[in-house]
Design a protein around this ligand. Structure first.
Ligand SMILES: [Zn+2]
Length: 197
């Protein structure tokens, strides 16, 4: 999900979507995924997440329900997975409904979609995005995950999401390209400038 959409949700529902990392304790448990990775899904589910958070927070502030805190928000097998702490039965039902609805909403654009299998990956896309994309979102996700780990090996700090954004966008800086080459084991680099005008 684009950074500005992520920021909008975090700004409006800061108690559900925490931005700050918990205090680092080397001996403590690993931090929750959400503060680290944010919304690991496409822009098309923004409105649904907005409506879900609105209702979850309203139940807390107006009806005394517990405070829900997002632990992980991601796409899995083509639909939303919204893992959270603190939800009561009513709030859990809201979350389950939202998760089910994402199987009918295009993850890319928010138009009506359907759950389809493409190249072995499950995804919810509208007709246009199901037919038009030449780079599977799941393939990008897999490449981003591997790329992030390889870059970390050479001391380059890039989140899985930032690598995924670069791959989806199809453009990145020359410096990032060099870092990728180094991460893949290249120790030298030649550029043929013969045809440069
Ligand atoms: Zn679409």
């Amino acid at each position: 999900m684009r950074d500005e959409l992520q920021k909008s949700l975090r700004d409006r529902y800061p108690l559900i979507f925490r931005s700050a990392l918990p205090p680092r304790d080397p001996c403590g448990p690993a931090p929750d995924p959400f503060p680290v990775w944010g919304f690991e899904c496409g822009d098309g589910w923004f409105d649904l997440l907005d409506a879900l958070a609105l209702n979850l927070q309203h139940a807390t502030t107006s009806a005394g329900a517990p405070q829900v805190v997002a632990v992980q928000v991601k796409e899995k097998f083509g639909v939303l997975r919204f893992y959270a702490d603190g939800a009561d039965d009513r709030q859990r039902a809201m979350i389950e409904l939202a998760e089910t609805m994402t199987g009918r909403i295009c993850e890319v654009c928010g138009n009506r979609g359907e759950l389809v299998s493409k190249n072995g990956w499950m995804m919810t896309h509208c007709a246009a995005h199901s037919a038009g994309s030449d780079e599977s979102p799941r393939r990008v996700e897999m490449l981003a995950s591997c790329g992030g780990l390889l870059l970390a090996d050479i001391g380059v700090s890039e989140t899985e999401r930032s690598v995924g954004n670069k791959l989806s966008r199809g453009s990145f800086s020359f410096a990032f390209y060099l870092q990728c080459m180094r991460a893949l084991g290249r120790t030298d680099f030649r550029v043929d400038l013969t045809d440069v005008t």
